[in-house]
Design a protein around this ligand. Structure first.
Ligand SMILES: [Ca+2]
Length: 479
């Protein structure tokens, strides 16, 4: 039996401040009554088209415009013509729960789909259904990972990222559209010779939590290639918008679902696991070249889209309406972001809260070692690091992720320790901050009905080799 704690009777109401927005009564009223900041050119009155480009397992730094030497000319162009967010976070470091949040505007456990591969419950409505209220034609290309109830809420579903070419042909020209492209890049397995001019392993940036060895450098170069491959497809979509004169009336978002598929990144709640790129472009409507440092969560994306097109969010949406962050680099973001790790190939239950300065992580199963996604464990980087671990050659910091017992509480000062290596949770001088962050997390757990499971689920994979131990794909309770 699959563990569920669906929060159907959510009492939280997060209605956005739509009072000033008028124009909710459908038709072609569109944006004309929305009170945009005075410095911003008001849109033509037509509802904007919306495109979401979603990368898979791509960490924030790994784009030219975020600083690492990955060739992403098209994403860099979006950033220079729009707004680049530096503090965007996923609500989960796993694919399907993170995507559940971005499309529903709820935390994955509140939507009843917190484990990897949990299908979206039939009661849950996602963004394309909400946008249809305003006449949107909707399509998804490639990865969605929400199950049948997710797919059926789009007008068009395409297996491949290039499905947008058909979408461009069949879309009714008199209606706005919402197009989501869920790229498979840079999910493992990495493909060799994916691009003509591959990245050199000599020139990759090796994060401090990874060992600087050939296995890691070789895999990082292939991971960079995957990102460049995706970037080229984004470029082709942008060309189509230019050719059809759609660029000005199309709001574009580029973001990732969680961090890169390497040890101590994806499936962890460190910033390397939940820190994601987020770039928005809306030519002539939002400023060009702004950098927005405020905290924002992917759970906020759906409410922001609704805010922009003038739809009042349904009562149980938990994300925040932060449209102002697109228009004003100084607009305040969230005070806190929250994220959750649940079953992903193997069982776990970890929660975190982060503000601009501190991160608090709670491990519910400290008696067991942390286990990465199985494909990360099987990968050459992880196996290379495990070899060094056995040889006593990892740094103290690189060993942290492989320890056999975990602390129950972790507290990091992100400002002085961005890699989250030094746990201050057990230092007397940090007890006030620890208590404050614990209290905030407790409040969120209660508010979102985040029930901690009293039964454990099956581990399918060996934690050292990543090899399959038993058959199965879906999370099930241990007998
Ligand atoms: Ca992913």
């Amino acid at each position: 039996m699959v563990k569920k704690n669906t929060y159907e009777k959510n009492k939280i109401t997060r209605r956005c401040a739509l009072a000033a927005m008028g124009g909710i009564a459908g038709g072609a009223v569109g944006l004309k009554n929305i009170s945009f900041p005075k410095t911003i050119k008001k849109p033509s009155g037509k509802l904007p088209n919306i495109i979401w480009f979603i990368s898979d397992d791509v960490s924030k730094p790994d784009h030219g415009c975020y600083g690492n030497p990955v060739r992403t000319p098209n994403i860099d162009m979006l950033a220079s013509e729009g707004v680049r967010f530096t503090s965007a976070f996923a609500t989960s470091p796993s694919c399907s729960p993170s995507r559940t949040s971005m499309f529903t505007g709820k935390y994955a456990h509140s939507a009843g789909a917190e484990n990897l591969h949990d299908p979206l419950p039939s009661s849950q409505k996602i963004l394309p259904s909400m946008l249809k209220e305003k006449g949107y034609f909707t399509g998804n290309c490639a990865k969605l990972h929400l199950g049948p109830n997710g797919e059926k809420q789009f007008d068009k579903i395409y297996k491949n990222a290039t499905g947008w070419k058909d979408f461009a042909q069949v879309r009714p020209k008199d209606r706005p559209f919402f197009l989501s492209i869920g790229f498979h890049e840079a999910h493992r397995p990495f493909q060799k010779n994916l691009i003509k001019n591959p990245h050199s392993p000599d020139k990759v940036v090796v994060p401090a939590y990874l060992a600087d060895i050939d296995e890691v450098r070789d895999e990082l170069a292939l991971y960079y290639d995957e990102i460049s491959y995706m970037d080229a497809e984004i470029g082709r979509v942008l060309n189509w918008l230019d050719e059809e004169g759609l660029a000005e009336n199309t709001l574009i978002l580029y973001f990732g679902d969680q961090g890169m598929p390497f040890p101590r990144a994806k499936t962890t709640l460190y910033d390397s696991g939940i820190g994601v790129p987020l770039i928005t472009r809306w030519k002539g409507t939002i400023p060009e070249g702004n950098v927005q440092d405020g905290l924002i969560s992917l759970v906020d994306l759906t409410p922001i889209m609704l805010e922009i097109v003038g739809i009042t969010p349904i009562n149980d949406i938990q994300g925040k309406c932060l449209m102002k962050m697109l228009f004003d680099a100084d607009a305040e973001g969230r005070k806190y972001i929250f994220s959750e790790r649940n079953w992903h190939d193997n069982d776990d239950h970890i929660r975190c809260v982060r503000n601009k300065r501190y991160k608090y992580i709670r491990n519910y199963y400290p008696e067991e070692p942390f286990i990465h996604a199985a494909d990360i464990t099987r990968g050459e980087s992880c196996q290379g690091m495990l070899r060094l671990l056995d040889e006593g050659k990892l740094t103290k910091q690189q060993m942290l992720i492989f320890r056999s017992l975990r602390p129950s509480d972790e507290l990091y000062d992100i400002k002085s320790d961005p890699n989250e290596f030094e746990n201050f949770a057990y230092r007397s001088e940090y007890q006030n901050i620890l208590n404050e962050m614990r209290g905030v997390l407790d409040g969120w757990v209660t508010e979102t009905n985040d029930v901690s499971p009293n039964e454990r689920m099956v581990n399918y994979f060996n934690h050292r080799t990543g090899e399959r131990m038993i058959k199965g794909r879906e999370p099930v309770l241990r007998k």
